[in-house]
Design a protein around this ligand. Structure first.
Ligand code: HEM
Length: 492
């Protein structure tokens, strides 16, 4: 296709997009760059979305390049319509993830998604999750031991990298029965570095529209870096699968009857059978391992880091959580399954932090049929719809004083008064987060054991600048200081 034909097609696509989105007024856009230049990746992009949300209530168009547009929605009633449907993920941003995480549960559509979701759901049954509590406690304790040096020095330190190692350690132990030792190894972890690089490059590819064309991205230096980081991530997951297959082979050959304490996610993947006795192909297994390895550690690392930062900024709430935790743990240095439901104040603080700092700040769908919203406005099939989780959680028409950290919003009586889709950190509907219970357990364990041991103190010289890069990160890191908690004899 020559350049003229290419331009002609872009112009036609742009005109069509403009026509479709006519009922939705929005911020002015540049004919070539769209709104990309408005998003400077300087820590203020999410604020910009909020400002536009105030100007253009319910929904407004966002353009990424001359021809790719999304209807950005930020009101619970709009979100309810899209998240209750089974519309597939968009074919722009999610497609950029495929060379890395394959067509696993996050990206797959239709029958494949339905079949895999059904096969994998038993992996998150509470009987499976129960023994994970001790494993997550163990991983948390390793992290907290490493923090002693920061408690002694009283100097501030960056949380996200610690939380990433801790959550990678947890998911490796729980889902894949692998003792990774990643928290105690010296130097940086290559898998975590690769995930950071991949998220950065997917985000960059999305913002730079020529990179939407596979060939251009492939031949670019960024495409080269993407392939290199993907290879590192794949080597990590292939290693996990290979080792497990070797164990299973040896067990079969030697007639060993497995007597494992718990069923892990990899067991479920390798033994999953549908009603026709069909299991998953090697490619499908790899994609699910890549998906769960990434989703299962990076989102929770973001959650934990921002929750600890929130508590450092809100010492009174932090202290109330600590009092509750010390009472429940009664001197134990580990959490048990039964303890998870005995810390309601801490749970409300965790939810308030997930509202303030949603680890997955946005997601999107491509419509396969026209969709009409509650106010009568309609968009046709083919339209891309982006759900701004951050925009909903900070929507002042839904939340009173949204910029105030107030865990009491999550008292049952207050939750009952709100629209159900006002709080969607784990999405909602058929494509909600399959790992939600796992994640909430991990967040509770990490927070409880941390607050039992340390006071979290805000570093007044460092304010993290939020950047959405698939998960919510901080451009300049998330720094806090810590001090040991002086334990009374009752709590030793
Ligand atoms: C605080 C932690 C977490 C948050 C905030 C979170 C949030 C989300 C959200 C918003 C979605 C929907 C994404 C979309 O529509 O594109 C999602 C999907 C998903 N999450 Fe999570 N997640 C978390 C932890 C986890 C964990 C621990 C796992 C696995 C162990 C996991 C596995 C998945 C998978 C596989 C999907 C795709 C589900 C499907 O489409 O059927 N997540 N998550």
């Amino acid at each position: 296709m020559d350049l003229c034909e290419c331009l002609r097609r872009l112009i036609i696509k742009r005109r069509k997009g403009k026509r479709i989105l006519e009922p939705f007024p929005g911020p002015p856009d540049h004919w070539l760059f769209g709104h990309v230049k408005e998003f400077r990746q300087d820590g203020k992009d999410l604020d910009k979305i909020l400002r536009w949300g105030e100007q253009y209530p319910l929904a407004f168009p966002l353009w990424f390049g001359p021809s790719v547009s999304f209807l950005n929605i930020h009101h619970p009633l709009y979100v309810k319509t899209i998240l209750s449907s089974t519309e597939p993920k968009d074919d722009v941003a999610y497609a950029f993830l495929v060379p890395w995480i394959g067509e696993g549960l996050l990206v797959s559509t239709e029958q494949k998604w339905f079949r895999h979701r059904r096969l994998l759901t038993p992996g998150f049954h509470f009987d499976v999750l129960k023994p994970y509590v001790t494993l997550i406690s163990d991983s948390t304790k390793i992290m907290l031991d490493k923090w002693e040096v920061h408690a002694k020095s009283e100097e501030s330190f960056e949380l996200f990298q610690h939380a990433s190692l801790m959550t990678l350690d947890s998911i490796m132990k729980c889902a894949f029965s692998c003792n990774s030792n990643c928290q105690t190894e010296s130097g940086t972890n290559p898998y975590i570095q690769a995930v950071y690089e991949l998220c950065h490059l997917v985000n960059l590819r999305f913002r730079f529209f020529p990179y939407h064309i596979n060939a251009i991205f492939h031949l670019s230096p960024h495409g080269y870096r993407f392939r290199k980081a993907s290879n590192i991530a794949h080597r990590h997951t292939e290693d996990v699968i290979r080792k497990r297959k070797e164990v299973l082979k040896t067990e079969r050959e030697q007639g060993i009857v497995k007597n494992k304490r718990y069923l892990d996610f990899l067991d479920i993947l390798l033994s999953a059978r549908d009603e026709n006795q069909h299991g998953l192909s090697d490619e499908d297994i790899r994609a699910e391992v890549d998906t769960f390895m990434f989703e299962g550690h990076d989102t929770t690392a973001s959650g934990i880091s921002w929750i600890m930062y929130s508590l450092a900024c809100n010492p009174k709430h932090q202290q109330k959580c600590r009092e509750e935790i010390l009472q429940v743990l009664e001197g134990k240095d580990t959490m048990e399954w039964e303890d998870l439901n005995k810390i309601p104040y801490t749970t409300m603080c965790i939810k308030e932090s997930l509202r303030f700092y949603p680890p997955v700040p946005g997601m999107s769908r491509k419509l396969t049929k026209p969709m009409t919203f509650f106010d009568g406005r309609t968009v046709p099939a083919g339209c891309l719809v982006a759900v701004s989780v951050y925009g909903i959680h900070m929507n002042a028409t839904v939340w009173e004083n949204p910029h105030v950290f107030d865990p009491l919003r999550f008292l049952p009586e207050n939750t009952a008064k709100r629209l159900p889709h006002a709080f969607v950190p784990f999405s909602a509907g058929p494509r909600n987060c399959i790992g939600q219970n796992f994640a909430m357990n991990e967040l509770k364990i990490a927070v409880a054991l941390t607050l039992k041991r340390y006071h979290l103190i805000k570093d007044i010289n460092h304010t993290p600048k939020m950047i959405p890069q698939i998960v919510l990160r901080a451009l300049n890191g998330i720094f806090i200081k810590i001090k040991p908690v002086k334990t009374s004899p009752k709590n030793i």
